[in-house]
Ligand binder design. Structure first.
Ligand SMILES: C[S@@+](CC[C@H](N)C(=O)[O-])C[C@H]1O[C@@H](n2cnc3c(N)ncnc32)[C@H](O)[C@@H]1O
Length: 229
């Protein structure tokens, strides 16, 4: 960690770095309706069930875990880990000597993740994607699925992801897109969700110096993958 807490709060099964910390207010907050749902007990339960169903049935939802090429004993980070099953699949790829960490701001999501997925090589932290609590060049792979659209300053989160990735490390991001209705949807109330334009995230990765940037849009989902040179 970049700045380990003197008295870590792990009372809920995850390391809470936002509890009483002055850092809790350091980043802009999403006050929209959608994030309010993910921050609630009922919303997190509904999302957990829906994502499990979607990942079984819809190819576009499935993590390209082989492409991430996580070495045995490697480290992986899942930003906005929600119910934690993607984090757990990163841990399986890293093997018993590896480590996968999930970061989220929602306490109900983290509670679900800890209950279902925490283990010897899977752990969770409550922290903001806009200020990741890790040292530079810590992770072999970083994922962030269905999260960036909720982040008030997605550029800050992307910079943080690039910062904590090791040279040679790989990143895969998935966001919902508005498809052809994008321009129209941008004009409507959206519950605090940002709809990225086709090249927005790919361009942002290139601006951060990442290479091999690939984007793939499947219906209303876009994947962006890249490597750190
Ligand atoms: C739609 S869920 C996706 C969860 C998981 N990545 C998945 O694919 O199943 C979005 C998650 O992003 C989290 N989130 C939103 N803003 C965040 C932020 N600034 N930092 C960390 N997590 C955030 C929400 O709390 C929620 O758990």
């Amino acid at each position: 960690m970049a700045d380990p807490p003197a008295a870590p709060d792990v009372s809920k099964g995850y390391l809470d770095l936002l509890g009483d910390s002055p850092d809790a207010d350091a980043s802009p907050k999403n006050t929209g309706a959608i994030q309010a749902v993910w921050a609630s007990g009922l919303g997190s339960m509904l999302y957990d069930n829906a994502q499990a169903f979607a990942r079984k049935l819809i190819g576009a939802w499935q993590l390209p875990v082989e492409w991430l090429d996580i070495p045995a004993g490697g480290t992986a980070l899942d930003v906005g880990s929600g119910p934690g099953n993607v984090t757990a699949s990163l841990a399986r790829a890293a093997g018993p000597d590896g480590l996968a960490l999930g970061v989220d701001i929602s306490e109900p999501m983290l509670a679900r993740a800890v209950k279902a997925e925490a283990g010897p090589n899977v752990g969770f932290l409550r922290a903001d994607a806009q200020r990741l609590p890790f040292r530079d060049e810590t992770f072999d792979a970083v994922t962030s699925l269905a999260v960036l659209q909720l982040i008030p300053d997605p550029q800050a989160a992307l910079s943080e992801i690039a910062r904590v990735l090791k040279p040679g490390g790989r990143v895969a991001i998935m966001v919902p897109t508005a498809g052809r209705g994008g321009q129209l949807l941008r004009l409507l109330p959206n519950g605090g969700v940002h709809f990225f334009t086709e090249d927005e995230l790919g361009d942002a990765f290139e601006d951060l110096g990442l290479t091999g940037v690939r984007t793939k849009t499947l219906a209303n989902i876009q994947w962006v993958r890249a490597r750190k040179p």
